[in-house]
Write a protein that binds this ligand. Structure first.
Ligand SMILES: Nc1ncnc2c1ncn2[C@@H]1O[C@H](COP(=O)(O)OP(=O)(O)OP(=O)(O)O)[C@@H](O)[C@H]1O
Length: 444
């Protein structure tokens, strides 16, 4: 059995604090795999816990298969949760851990066949008689999942189930979870702050920021058509390049985007999306360039739609199969607040910055000043953004290239930018290019 979950304008406010979740609306179809993605503290687990019934809903409605369910006790929701910390009973074997919920339901029933079938499905049938202390992290997490599966729940709720595992195991289990939930056809809501995990697992990804849903779309659409600059910056590796810019649209002659020291002339005839940038004339905008939108090549090799820039190599990041080249093009990066942590951690700040924070802060001021922030937080001092990965990036443009190209730090090199892949965000951070066609699934 599988079920539909609907959240209509759901909010949660803990005592004496700002809302952890605000007017969250999402309809999850039966059998769908939806990932809640966002930085630490943005309210993902709170949404999950409200679906599970472990947290009271302050406002709004939860519907299960169309029925009002705000007050349905957790036991009656037919849901199973898998957490980050595997929480197995240390004095029970894998067999007993997996069978525990079944035993609670019916103490006299023989559940061996069901337990063994579950263990086979998870590839842990040879560890059924082991205690948790004898299992690897991955095996323990499989047992925890086995315990969730054995009850044949109608919904899986998974809260960062892989974050305690090493990267290799995480990747393997990620694929297994996708297959398993697909085979079982059970509605799954999965919480993570890891965008790669979200993109590889979800039928749809719901991106949250500071308690508010930003966008819910397929992984492909979240990447290709981010609703705003926060989503664009949160999704994708390496992070999208975001530069402060101004549109120039003279009555006669070519339109261009001023990046400060260099400019991007818009190719003519203007595309529909570029034509609509005319109304931004003179306004502050943010240009977004994913690493695939720029390549290292001389102007003579420009293809239609590509325009040249130059940059000084600041840092070369060797990745094996590719190299990330950090360039200084003389542009000013735009800073997106709350990318790493949705809410300022007051207790840490009140203790004053540590040595590392002070070094980062100095690097930030040097690397990014002057900075623009988005969404009305212009008043923040640069130091307030030191937790943002973007602020400690060396250079202002990261370009991908093959592993064989040898580049010297300090060298000036030519870059071609493909303006068909240009993103533009207005000063509130909303995407204006490509022009949004509709706004279903886009909030705020
Ligand atoms: N029991 C609680 N009492 C008060 N505040 C809480 C409680 N639980 C969570 N919060 C606050 O609600 C906000 C959202 O927390 P939540 O755990 O849902 O975020 P999250 O996105 O899941 O973060 P993480 O990825 O770090 O688990 C945070 O500011 C958190 O401090």
């Amino acid at each position: 059995m599988t079920r539909a979950i609907s959240l209509h304008g759901v909010s949660k406010t803990y005592a004496r604090s700002t809302p952890a979740v605000e007017r969250f609306s999402l309809d999850i179809r039966p059998g769908e795999f939806v990932v809640l993605l966002g930085p630490s503290g943005c309210g993902k687990s709170t949404v999950l816990r409200m679906i599970a019934g472990l947290e009271d809903i302050t406002g709004g409605e939860l519907l299960l298969d169309g029925e009002y369910a705000n007050d349905v006790p957790p036991r009656e929701r037919g849901m199973a949760m898998v957490f980050q910390n595997f929480a197995l009973f240390p004095n029970m074997t894998s067999r007993d851990n997996i069978g525990f919920p079944l035993k609670l339901e019916n103490p006299h029933q023989d559940n061996s066949a069901r337990i063994e079938a579950t263990a086979r499905m998870l590839g842990i049938d040879d560890t059924l008689d082991c205690f948790p202390s004898r299992l690897s992290g991955g095996e323990r997490q499989r047992v925890a999942m086995g315990r969730a599966i054995s009850r044949c729940p109608s919904v899986f709720l998974m809260d960062e189930p892989l974050s305690n595992l090493d990267a290799k195991l995480r990747n393997r289990l990620r694929a297994e979870i996708a297959k398993l939930t697909g085979d079982l056809g059970v509605t799954t809501v999965y919480v993570t702050h890891d965008q790669a995990e979200a993109m590889s697992l979800g039928d749809r990804v719901a991106v949250m920021r500071a308690g508010v849903l930003q966008q819910v779309s397929t992984p492909r659409e979240v990447y290709a058509l981010p609703a705003n600059v926060f989503v664009a910056a949160f999704v994708g590796t390496p992070r999208i390049n975001l530069l402060q810019a101004v549109v120039h649209a003279p009555l006669e002659g070519r339109m261009w985007i001023d990046l400060g020291r260099q400019r991007l002339p818009l190719p003519e005839p203007l595309s529909h999306d570029h034509q609509l940038l005319r109304i931004q004339q003179g306004l502050r905008i943010i240009v977004g360039l994913r690493s695939e939108a720029a390549r290292i090549a001389p102007p003579s090799q420009a293809r239609p739609g590509e325009v040249p820039l130059t940059g000084v190599v600041e840092h070369v990041e060797y990745q094996g199969h590719e190299v990330l080249v950090h360039l200084n093009t003389g542009s000013h990066p735009a800073v997106v607040p709350l990318l790493e942590s949705a809410r300022p951690r007051r207790s840490r700040r009140s203790r004053g910055p540590g040595v590392l924070a002070r070094i980062k802060e100095r690097a930030t001021v040097r690397a990014t000043a002057p900075t623009a922030t988005i969404d009305g937080s212009e008043a923040e001092a640069p130091g307030a953004c030191t937790q943002d990965r973007a602020t400690i990036t060396v250079g202002d443009l990261v370009v991908r290239t093959g592993p064989d190209l040898r580049l010297r730090t300090g060298a000036q090199i030519p870059v071609l930018v493909d303006l068909a892949r240009l993103y533009v965000f207005d000063h509130h951070g909303r995407r204006i290019c490509p022009v949004p066609t509709e706004s279903p699934g886009v909030h705020g």
